[in-house]
Design a binder for this molecule. Structure first.
Ligand code: ADP
Length: 589
């Protein structure tokens, strides 16, 4: 049944009541509340006009006003959202206000929501009690005085806000505490991790690390002590660490440590240290004192290998020095030898000059008496041949032929000795021309022997000394026609081959040949393979060939087979057609 909810006329006391508005609504708080978070207020009344009236009064509070036309609708809305307060009409069809309140109280999520019953003024005390028994926090009687209603509702609005604020602050506090707690935990974890890492330095170090008292007794040590020295931890801790040094090193170490403690500064020293297996190792020690705790922090590096290497290097250096000295000595000896050789060379040059003088004297002085002997022996034969008997004539013939041989020999010695020291001017020389000249010079001899010389063209232009080259070719051709089987006419062939920088001239004969074992020695002075009766000669022909070719920067050799014939070859620098030496043209690219 509809109740006039709002009084039309405001009693004069209303203003006074407004001033006594419950705490929780701050002066001018309407403004503040409007800015705050809005809370929900549930208005439940079956009479639309009443709802509108309530809404009009409470709209000033600036909160969400949610309206329900029945208890059932109110319960449905309560399922979906939270409310700061419920204004519940007592008299409603269907579920009345009390029944609705009862159901609200029965549900956990809604049991705490304050309920203000809106009731007609005529409500009896029993009625009131029933409401309170159902958890009503207040009663409002119609017609409602707007300020009173607003004040009462605002109390619950503020209460919810405060509760929410408190919960929020509690949550913040909890989060803050949790953050602090987490930070502390993280810090502790970091410290543990750092400590673990630091410990790893200690355990992984290959150097020996230890903490000892001022008495040298080890309280903590790293595994390197055991692995390097071979003692057990108990053994290592049983004596001052310097006890395992020899007496001399120990004295040095103790003195160093004393001064480190006094000066409060780390100190370094080296010592030998005895190992469990009886060997000893070298260590470089650093001892840092920590006077506040009367502790020594000890670091020891094993320098055994380094010292061994240093000693080795020192020894090597000494050896090197010794060898350098020896080398210096050898060098001096060598220099002395060079000086001796230079002296010898000078003496040789002097003796060469003497030889030259001798050759000159041989040519001019010795040949004259030989020719005289020859001349007079011939005079004997021609003018006194009839006077002499057979023996006398035979002797005179022998004088002639012996003196001829002697003349040849003297001539050859002269040529050979001149080749040794005369300066040869090398220039482009036609091999063809030279061979022709040689053949001409041998013409008589060739005719007498019935020998032939075959020249196969082309023949090159070589860099040579023309007279020497002629001497060389003449000797080779003459030998080719000389060393033949008696009765077999000699046939000599001359031809040439050219390569990049050199030309090779071949002189081939059909003679008796030379066995392989004799081929090298025939170029030596006075080496002859046959007696003068079989093949006359001086034994100087090929020696002159060799020396002459070498003086012209060439080479000479022979291919031969005994009984078949010989092929002598002479290799000399050759000339290009444009006039440059093949070698220089070759070098120049
Ligand atoms: P010589 O001809 O005066 O004996 P060489 O120095 O010219 O002296 O020659 C040395 C030796 O080499 C000769 O005695 C001879 O035995 C051998 N010889 C040189 N040329 C030929 C040749 N073409 N065939 C065979 N033997 C040779």
């Amino acid at each position: 049944m509809p109740n006039p909810v709002v009084a039309v006329d405001f009693p004069t006391t209303a203003d006074a009541r407004l001033d006594e508005a419950p705490a929780g609504r701050p002066p001018g708080g309407g403004e503040t509340n409007r800015e705050d978070r809005r809370v929900n207020i549930l208005l439940v009344d079956d009479t639309p006009e009443n709802l509108i009236a309530l809404e009009a009064v409470l709209s000033d509070l600036g909160q969400n006003l949610v309206k329900a036309r029945s208890g059932e609708e109110a319960l449905r809305l309560l399922l979906k959202q939270d409310f700061a307060v419920i204004l519940l009409d007592v008299n409603m069809p269907g579920l009345n206000g009390f029944e609705t309140a009862e159901m609200i109280r029965q549900r956990k999520s809604t049991e705490h929501i304050p309920i203000i019953f809106v009731s007609a003024i005529s409500t009896s005390d029993t009625h009131l009690f029933k409401g309170y028994a159902l958890g009503a926090v207040d009663y409002i009687f119609t017609p409602v005085i707007p300020e009173v209603l607003r004040s009462k509702v605002n109390v619950f609005v503020e209460l919810l806000k405060k509760t929410e604020e408190t919960a929020r602050q509690a949550e913040q506090l909890r989060a803050l505490e949790e953050k602090e707690h987490r930070e502390k935990l993280n810090e502790a974890a970091r410290r543990i991790e750092l400590q673990t890492k630091h410990n790893r330095f200690f355990t992984l170090a290959v150097d020996l690390l230890a903490i000892t008292g001022f008495d040298g007794l080890i309280s903590e040590l790293n595994p390197a002590w055991r692995t390097v020295l071979g003692y057990t931890e108990a053994e290592l801790k049983s004596r001052p660490f310097w006890d395992r040094m020899n007496a001399e090193d120990r004295a040095v170490a103790q003195k160093a440590i004393e001064s480190a403690v006094q000066l409060q500064k780390p100190i370094n020293f080296e010592s030998q240290y005895g190992c469990a297996d009886g060997s000893s190792r070298s260590f470089s020690w650093t001892v840092a004192p920590y006077p506040a705790e009367k502790l020594l922090y000890v670091f020891a590096r094993d320098v055994t290998e380094a010292r061994r290497a240093e000693n080795e290097i020192r020894k090597l250096n000494r050896d090197l020095e010794q060898r350098a000295n020896e080398l210096g000595k050898t060098n001096k000896e060598l220099q002395a030898e060079i000086a001796t050789r230079q002296r010898t060379e000078l003496a040789l040059q002097e003796s060469n000059s003497a030889l030259e003088a001798f050759s000159y004297s041989v040519s001019h002085d010795l040949r004259a008496p030989i020719r005289a002997m020859q001349g007079f022996a011939r005079v004997l034969l021609e003018d006194y041949g009839k006077v002499l008997d057979e023996t006398g004539r035979e002797c005179a013939h022998r004088i002639v032929s012996a003196s001829e041989r002697m003349d040849h020999l003297v001539k050859d010695i002269l040529v050979f000795s001149r080749l040794g020291h005369t300066k040869l001017d090398l220039s482009p020389t036609s091999v063809h021309q030279t061979v022709l000249e040689s053949v001409v010079s041998l013409e008589q001899d060739l005719k007498a022997k019935g020998a032939t010389v075959e020249i196969i063209e082309p023949l090159p232009v070589v860099i040579a000394h023309d007279t020497t080259l002629m001497q060389v070719l003449t000797n080779l051709i003459a030998n080719g026609t000389k060393f033949v089987v008696p009765g077999v006419p000699a046939h000599v062939k001359v031809w040439a081959e050219e390569d990049g920088t050199h030309a090779t001239v071949w002189v081939q004969d059909n003679g008796i040949g030379i066995s392989a074992e004799n081929q090298a020695r025939i170029f030596r002075v006075f080496e002859r393979l046959h007696g003068a009766d079989d093949y006359p000669g001086t034994g100087l022909g090929l020696a002159i060939v060799k020396k002459g070719v070498e003086r012209m920067n060439g080479e000479v050799g022979v291919d031969s087979e005994a009984g078949v014939g010989s092929r002598f070859w002479v290799k000399l620098p050759r000339m290009e057609r444009d006039g440059a030496t093949a070698e220089s043209a070759h070098d120049g690219g």
